[in-house]
Ligand binder design. Structure first.
Ligand code: 13P
Ligand code: SF4
Length: 339
């Protein structure tokens, strides 16, 4: 999808209340909407003062979309960060690896992450030292080996990779590399999915996203039995048996596009809940069901934290020149191969 959002006009508590009506009414009650309207106004004022933009991932809380200049998937956010020329500051409402990617692609901007605890189980599943060791081992067997790292990794891991990829372009990047043997890290499910789409040899790591890995095939089958006409859209971080039941395997923004453009009226959105919440609010006349779990890391970003981040200019993403340059090479290679 990738949508540019913020308006300069202040949102009223009543407008927020109506906007969030399709979500959990008990959570988004009038008192909360009043509090959020005040925070949103102050964030927009400080954004102007600091010459800042806010980039937000599709899984963010609905209230964060109110202050975001752009909402999208990892690939779209990386492109937006790289092209952010008119801002001094990028506040990243997402997780740590996404903010790092923004810093790598646009080192002249100050990049802030409102909460440093916003990590990712995939990024945690591989260290640069372990990757270096495995790569050296495999190079002895496959001298043409190339390493493709999912963007859900640290900048240090990216720096050891030949190219990065996101869920939107993983197959394209693997296909475009001049090697038959690919060490694909760290998501075993995405690696397995890529293997079903290419004749190249994919050697996988054993990482997984704790959110997608816990979604099971029985949950999907149950919904399908109840609603045979439903379109099942799944994220490639899901297990293979879940993906086998999907009508389409897509990145978060591609799922949103599919749902908007399809003539179908009912969708099961098999990914983190933030995306289905967004579709519930933004696509009237269609029904969205969730087979999802919350990502606790994404939900660590709040309006309060974002305001504090703009007030205090915390928490700044800082990278050494060496790591930044290595990660930049792998990210730029991805953008070039998947253009
Ligand atoms: P997308 O790039 O599809 O938005 O996925 C990011 C992510 O972290 C999925 O869990
Ligand atoms: Fe990481 Fe999974 Fe959360 Fe995405 S949903 S940020 S892969 S833990």
């Amino acid at each position: 999808m990738g949508i540019t959002t913020t308006s300069c006009v202040d949102v009223t508590p009543e407008q927020l209340y109506r906007k969030f009506a399709s979500l959990d009414g008990q959570y988004y009650d009038r008192a909360r909407c009043e509090r959020y309207a005040v925070l949103i106004k102050e964030i927009k004022r400080l954004k102007q003062q600091r010459r800042a933009i806010i980039l937000a991932h599709n899984y963010q809380r609905p209230e964060i979309f109110e202050v975001a200049d752009f909402v999208g998937d990892s690939l779209e956010l990386a492109r937006q960060a790289r092209n952010a020329r008119n801002a001094d500051v990028i506040v990243f409402c997402g997780v740590h690896f996404m903010a790092e990617t923004a810093k790598v692609l646009n080192p002249e901007r100050t990049v802030l992450l409102p909460d440093m605890r916003a990590g990712c189980s995939l990024a945690d599943s591989i260290s640069a030292d372990d990757l270096a060791e495995r790569k050296a081992e495999l190079m002895k067997i496959f001298p043409d080996l190339k390493v493709v790292s999912y963007v859900n990794t640290t900048a240090e891991v990216k720096a050891l990779s030949d190219a990065c990829c996101t869920s939107a372009n993983a197959v394209k990047v693997v296909e475009a590399l001049d090697s038959q043997n690919i060490l694909f890290v760290p998501d075993q499910n995405l690696a397995h999915y890529v293997q079903t789409q290419t004749k190249k040899r994919i050697i996988s790591w054993t990482g997984s996203c704790y959110v997608h890995h816990q979604i099971n095939a029985e949950e999907i089958e149950k919904v399908r039995r109840a609603m045979p006409d439903i379109k099942v859209l799944a994220h490639p971080e899901c297990r293979a048996d879940v993906l086998a039941l999907a009508d389409a395997v897509l990145s978060t923004s591609a799922m949103a596009r599919y749902a908007r453009e399809s003539s179908a009226s009912r969708f099961l959105i098999v990914t983190e809940c933030g995306l289905s919440d967004r579709l519930l609010m933004e696509v009237p006349g269609k029904q969205f069901f969730k087979a999802c779990k919350l990502c606790m890391y994404m939900k660590m970003i709040t309006l309060e934290g974002t305001l504090e981040s703009l007030r205090t200019m915390r928490h700044e993403i800082v990278l050494s020149d060496e790591v930044r340059e290595g990660a930049r090479r792998a990210l730029e290679r991805m953008l070039e191969l998947a253009a």
